[in-house]
Design a protein around this ligand. Structure first.
Ligand code: ATP
Length: 300
């Protein structure tokens, strides 16, 4: 794909949210980042980006849907700038972001948008950067961004940038309840009382390999204690999801979104109706997200 032929037609990409089915903090680095071990699953609650190469040497971002900043505060904007800086390409991009993923909700929306921008503009420009160069740009933008370059069920380690795909992750239905509060990830980590978990990696690998596999055995989130202590609604939602038949319930990321796990769509639908009637927040029913195949059809 050349710069010239792709100049006039916009590319469209759907990019998913994520759930953390486990998030154990295993240490803190001198630079403030935390080491963690996490199970991350992409889900079919997606933002949409339309991206066009322009001749002006600048990035223009406009947003539809849920409100988010349209300047350098926006991770999608920063991703485009970092790509131009890294490659030295003297062109610009116009980006239209349709924001569907709830913001500051523990669902990774900003990181997902950033990864999508990197993938698409690298494609539009004829792939000047290798995957490992894109990965390095992604890590610099944020610890969750590398996950969204592939968006596959993964066991994440390091600060979240070392990703092992979980090829056999079972299909589940997830009912997500997002109460009307926003949680800053930095606040949650600042308030975390670090109790170092030892042997976590071996422990989780053993559970993941177990047959039969019980999803309730993996559900654990160190940040849940922090956010739930400040917002009691987290615990209430967990209880309501379990009452509605979930196999397990957990807060995702730094919250406040809480999800219940269901093996059957029918049961998940019933739970969704029940949770909607309880007015605890926005309710979504989702399943795992897969990039459309064949592999090159994920943008159009
Ligand atoms: P994580 O689980 O990775 O911590 P999150 O889902 O809790 O992420 P985001 O929705 O990514 O949080 O938003 C976190 C903050 O980033 C918000 O304050 C928001 O204003 C800002 N932000 C910047 N760019 C974006 C974007 N493209 N989409 C959403 N939020 C963005």
């Amino acid at each position: 794909m050349s710069l010239v032929t792709s100049q006039s037609s916009p590319f469209t990409i759907k990019t998913p949210a994520k759930l953390n089915l486990r998030l154990k903090v295993t240490g803190q680095r001198p630079d403030g980042y935390h080491d963690l071990i996490s199970i991350m699953i992409p889900i079919d609650l997606c933002d949409v980006l339309r991206i066009k190469l322009t001749s002006q040497n600048r990035v223009r971002l406009s947003c539809e849907g849920l409100p988010v900043p349209t300047d350098e505060e926006n991770l999608a904007y920063r991703a485009a700038l970092s790509f131009l800086t890294q490659t030295g390409i003297q062109r610009g991009f116009s980006i239209i972001l349709t924001k569907n993923i709830p913001v500051a909700a523990g669902l990774g929306g900003g990181s997902s948008d950033a990864a999508a921008v990197l993938l698409v503009i690298n494609e539009i420009c004829g792939r000047p950067l290798s995957f490992s160069e894109l990965h390095a740009l992604a890590v610099a933008l944020g610890a969750d961004v590398p996950f969204f370059l592939e968006s596959k069920p993964s066991l994440a380690t390091g600060i979240g940038e070392i990703l092992e795909p979980l090829e056999k992750w079972p299909k589940f239905w997830y009912v997500i309840v997002k109460p009307p509060i926003q949680v800053a990830t930095s606040w949650a980590y600042r308030n975390l009382k670090l109790e170092l978990t030892r042997g976590e990696y071996d422990f989780i690998v053993k559970i993941l390999k177990s047959d039969p596999f019980r999803v309730s055995d993996v559900l654990d989130n160190d940040l849940e204690r922090v956010t739930a202590a400040r917002f009691p609604v987290i615990q209430s939602i967990k209880i309501r999801l379990m009452d509605a038949g979930a196999e397990g319930a957990l807060m995702s990321g730094s919250g406040p979104s809480v999800f219940g796990v269901f093996s059957s769509l029918d049961q998940a639908e019933k739970a969704r109706k029940s949770l909607i009637s309880q007015n605890l927040g926005d309710v979504f029913i989702v399943t795992d997200w897969k990039r459309p195949q064949p592999s090159d059809s994920w943008i159009r």
